[in-house]
Design a protein around this ligand. Sequence first.
Ligand code: MN
Length: 500
Amino acid sequence: MGENMTEQKYEITVGIECHVQLATKTKLFSEVDNDARGKEPNSCVSPVEYALPGMLPRLNREAVKMAIRAGLALNSEINLFSRFDRKHYFYPDSPKGYQITQMYQPIIGAGFVELPNGKKVRIEHAHLEGDAGKLTHFDNYSLVDLNRADTPLIEIVSMPDIHSAHDAHDYCKELWRLMTFSGVCFGDLYNGNMRFDVNISLAEKGSKTLGKRAEIKNLNSFRSVERAIEYEYERQSKMLDAGEVITQETRGWNDATGKTTSQRSKEEAQDYRYMPEPDLPPIRLLSDQVKAEQENMPLLPADYRATLGVIIPQDILEILLDYKELVDKLAELKTEYDIQGIDKETSKAAILKISNLFTSVLLAEENSSLLNDPMPSTKQLIDLNSMIAKNELSSTSVKEVFLRFFTPEMRFKETRIIAKELNLIQENDLGAVEKIVDEVINDPKNAQAVTDFKAGSEKVLGFLVGQVMKASRGKANPSMAQEILRKKLLEMKILEKKII
Ligand code: MN
């Protein structure tokens, strides 16, 4: 449905707020561990997160640096002056009774994200804030875990520039790439490292005003963002068709049923009593600090699209861009070929070969666990390519050698040595293959096949090639063997005719 929305009666408008957990070592306002993965509940909590009387927050410098990097990845202006506000609300997972956020003067200003299809989604702003803790509900009691309390977040607020479920999916994925490539987020969606709040409204085509919006909170996968929007389009358009009024409300998404349900109406709009945070001074940055982060920015998806997009087809490159280490390796390979002065067409073909091995072998279901292992070295891959170019490996052998790059015993070995140890190097020496072909033709066991071929049976050629392969213990280049066999047998036939 996503693609067909433009042909429908209503236009859908989507804005997305995304909370990104920053991968800092410590919390936003204290020096306790920020990485609670695999740790006991309430083990990464200091008196600051418990909000004990008299405790004061101290801003984490690393979180500010990461916010700058995130802002640069969003093509945003970085505000040299920003400050914090208190957002008051009561909830058992937030002992302070308020959240420290940046309501009025956020650190990240206007920017944009470009989707793979070229569409641009403007960023309104993004701000720094602390996360809440986590509640787990049981039958008649609930447990509070504050490990996540005041984990640094940036909340990225988009403009309502998205008009299909498909583009919303791509936008969220692109955000994930930008945040993980720039090194500010681990990007573990399953553990809520990025969470999406999606605002969806419908209006009749051509209408200048937006409809009332439904907000779906806390989606944690690209797919659920897409499905929730598709569901809301159906629900809201049915209501509008029936002349019903859409109310502004927060709705929850149920992944199992594929439906959204009403949670609370926005009519009793909450008053958070925002006030400037008195315990933290404003953040004052120097333009040199921003410049320093800019200079240290890692490569982003757009950089890979620019360098690799001329070599690898777009649909393949978009798959590879889900794995930073793969596009990194391909970019490294390109740099190395450039340094060596290899001509453009040769290096293009070589990079394409490796990218095909990545997609067809490494990303195959049965090998996907290898993605956790270190990548092969650039030299191993370059050597593999030159062995392919010299026809020294059959296509099956190429895959076999490639997979060995990931095994502990072979990881540090040279490509040629791996191929040799596995006995996979093809015999391309014309003389050597010719010798084996002669043996096969003259072997009495094969006399019948030779006679059949001469009588016109093409089929037996395959059998004879098989015999050559067997005699060479799999090392003869099969197409070379076939060519020589045919030539020799035809020569024999002509010779026999002349004798008769
Ligand atoms: Mn927020």
